[in-house]
Design a protein around this ligand. Sequence first.
Ligand code: HEC
Length: 264
Amino acid sequence: MINKSALVIILMVILLASCVNDHLNVTSSKCVNSNLALTISATTNVSSCGATDGSITVSATGGVESYSFSINGGVNQSTSTFSNLAAGSYTLSVKDANGCVATQTATVNNAQSTLNVMVSTTASTGCPTVNGTLTISASGGTAPYQYKINSQAYQSSNTFTGLSAGTYSVGVLDASNCPDFSSVAILLGSPSYSVDVQPILASACYSCHNGNQLPTLSTYSDVKANASTISTQVTTKAMPLVGSLTQQQIDLINCWVNGGAPNN
Ligand code: HEC
């Protein structure tokens, strides 16, 4: 038996849950086509290593006024300048009257330092595994350097692997303990035709589709022309007619086809 007060509590929980859901739905649907945007208008670097006199000023456009601003997910404020900042990489965001949010990253560095961080990246295909990479290098300051991404600890290796697409904060720390920061995006890429896809076709399909059986799949342009049929055939496991592909190979082919079947 459920008594009256238990029923009331259950009802309240259900009401509350639907209320939260409603609220979230309203917010997200209003924000789908929002043109709210945030710009970094100015940054002031710290005056010396370890100083906390940096600042960032942002400005917002679009959306529905009024705006409020926050830094690194902190409390929202109405003023658009953040001061007393240490050197670092920051995420700034603006929230408008509809609760829509736009973000930007900015870095505060040391005005005195010659230390300069540089980054190169390779895209993550995101399928079948997350595999973006990021390599940090540095010049100036005092070697040796240490490297980090986001809020991880500094390390001596400058290579970071297994990264998903997104924006990363990168930092280098020199021997006198002074940092320099930057931010970089890892793009969402496609698997490679020559490295990933072609070898699968060569081993599982060429025995039949190399001229004898139509469609011929020997060259990139053959494969590109039949990309969506190939995708259907391997997904439904109709092909290969003899043998089989692993799920990972099927995912990889689909991922490459969905990415526009590039000749990469
Ligand atoms: C043992 C031979 C053999 C192998 C191996 C093979 N196929 Fe086929 N494939 C066929 C035959 C026979 C047909 C035509 C009859 C059919 O659809 O069953 C065909 C048809 C196709 C078609 C055309 C389907 C359509 O509806 O137009 C595609 C695309 C295809 N294969 C892709 C592949 C791919 C990709 C692989 C490798 C993963 C592969 N095949 C491996 C024999 C093979």
